[in-house]
Design a protein around this ligand. Structure first.
Ligand SMILES: [Zn+2]
Length: 499
């Protein structure tokens, strides 16, 4: 590093918010992933995260990095206002102290909602802009499920979005953002254009593995970036469970000539509009899915994804509906993971390993939708609930389930249930190994996830089925009690697309 090194501030504030989750998210919930201040950010250097990607580019360009903070939380309900203000204050204070800086690189999810604030990412970017001024490049990364507002695009110099779902390109996305900053630091000027079709979802929700229509769109976006006048094309699918005016798919094009950016963005909007019929809306229910799973033959476990109660979609993760169907069908060699139920964890810990009791499992947060399951179970394992991800998603980062237990329902080769204190989706095999469960050895894995668990578990599976067993991350979007969403919008107002 030379004395002429550019000074680049880095940080991230990432949360995907399900507005229909009535539990406020607090700072302590960031324990599910990480909340690191200042130099503690360097802990992420060897992980699959945006921060590690920023660090890679800094090394390549010999930038002097100024670490602000790194905050990432598993999806959940709106962030409590007090906790949000404390995060903002901390970030702004640290940026003030780091001034002068030549650029800012910020990791965002893009679908965060705060109590009383629909567009917190814009608030964050505007605050940063006030501190660094108009001339300093500010570039942010986004999750593919970001809901993007005009304010976010207007306040930044570019937004770089994941190109995989399951998301396995966090570090690469950080690098691409760093590369845009490097171009801007040479004095290049770009404008950014945002376009948003009147739809809530499209292109198979962005799935890229196994391949879907999104793969072709992303390949086109990437090819356009090979052209000299186009700096970046970002395609967002949006997050339909955030009740904000600008929820849904969007396109951001950054380049030298505004009219050209607009033309490109309009083309992608047309493509998004043409792909709404690839959005899956109908899925088997719990009984049907278990029935089909018992008929299935093949090498490796059958995987059922309990997506309507998926904590990765901000749902409670406490629905026992599929577990109920498993118990009724007396399935064997099966795992149900995870079920968020702090009370049952406490009860099991008090009983101790080998203890047996009657449990009221789950169903506490939305009993009208997903009532609890009363069942006899034995305590098999107790764990502090911390593990390091070994799979392709967030490789090397720690996740926390809070104190957790493995219960067994039925006889020795019956159903193992992983009960946790925090609501965390299953995205890594090491989550199960914490409880001495080797996923490949089971015949049936019922996992709280949608598409993300495919990255780690897909290679093991003989089949993979999404199940709508009820919950607040259901694809029955027309039944959700939206209040702030712009209208008309598909599929709530179907004529907007199919006229
Ligand atoms: Zn996402």
């Amino acid at each position: 590093m030379t004395s002429l090194s550019r000074r680049v501030a880095i940080g991230c504030v990432m949360h995907e918010t399900n507005s229909f989750n009535h539990r406020a998210t607090r700072l302590e919930d960031f324990d599910t992933r990480y909340l690191l201040y200042g130099d503690d950010i360097w802990q992420l250097g060897d992980t699959n995260t945006e921060i590690a990607g920023f660090m890679d580019e800094a090394e390549a360009h010999e930038w002097a990095l100024k670490p602000l903070l790194a905050a990432a939380c598993a999806p959940s309900g709106p962030l409590a206002e007090k906790d949000w203000l404390s995060l903002c204050t901390e970030l702004f204070m640290r940026l003030h102290a780091a001034m002068p800086v030549d650029a800012v690189l910020l990791g965002l999810h893009g679908a965060m909602v705060v109590e009383g604030e629909h567009d917190p990412e814009a608030v964050l970017l505007e605050g940063i802009r006030r501190i660094v001024g108009e001339q300093v490049p500010v570039v942010a990364t986004l999750d593919m499920h970001a809901n993007v507002s005009e304010r976010m695009v207007d306040t930044s110099d570019g937004m770089i979005t994941y190109r995989t779902y399951p998301h396995i390109d966090q570090r690469d996305t950080g690098r691409r953002a760093g590369q845009l900053v490097a171009k801007l630091l040479t004095g290049e000027h770009f404008s950014s254009v945002l376009r948003q079709p009147p739809i809530l979802d499209t292109a198979a929700h962005g799935r890229t593995s196994p391949p879907g229509p999104m793969n072709d769109l992303l390949a086109e976006a990437e090819a356009l970036e090979g052209q000299a006048d186009v700096a970046n094309v970002s395609l967002q699918i949006g997050f339909p469970w955030a009740d904000v005016p600008f929820a849904g798919p969007s396109v951001i094009v950054t380049g030298r000539v505004r009219a050209r950016c607009e033309a490109i963005a309009d083309q992608f909007v047309e493509k998004f509009l043409a792909l709404t019929d690839t959005v899956e809306m109908e899925f088997p229910d719990a009984q049907q899915a278990i029935h089909d799973a018992l008929q299935a033959q093949g090498q490796g476990p059958v995987i059922l994804a309990d997506f309507a109660d998926n904590p990765s979609g901000g749902a409670y993760g406490d629905s026992p509906m599929l577990l109920r169907a498993m118990v009724e069908a007396r399935v064997r060699h099966a795992v149900f993971a995870t079920l968020c139920d702090p009370d049952s964890v406490e009860q099991a810990v008090a009983l101790g390993i080998g203890g047996r009791s009657r449990f009221m499992l789950g169903g506490k947060e939305a009993p009208h939708l997903t009532p609890p399951l009363e069942v006899d179970a034995e305590v098999i394992c107790v764990s502090a609930g911390r593990f390091i991800c070994e799979g392709p998603m967030w490789t090397g980062t720690q996740q926390s389930l809070g104190p957790s237990v493995r219960l067994r329902v039925g006889h020795e080769d019956g159903i193992d249930v992983i009960v946790t204190t925090l609501a965390v989706a299953v995205t890594d095999r090491n989550l199960l190994r914490l409880f001495d469960v080797e996923p490949a050895d089971r015949q049936l894995l019922v996992l709280k996830s949608r598409n993300h668990c495919r990255a780690a578990f897909g290679p093991l599976a003989s089949s993979y089925q999404l199940v709508d067993a009820g919950g607040i991350a259901s694809m029955r979007l027309s039944a959700l009690p939206y209040h702030y969403l712009r209208r008309p919008i598909w599929p709530l107002d179907p004529d907007v697309v199919h006229q």
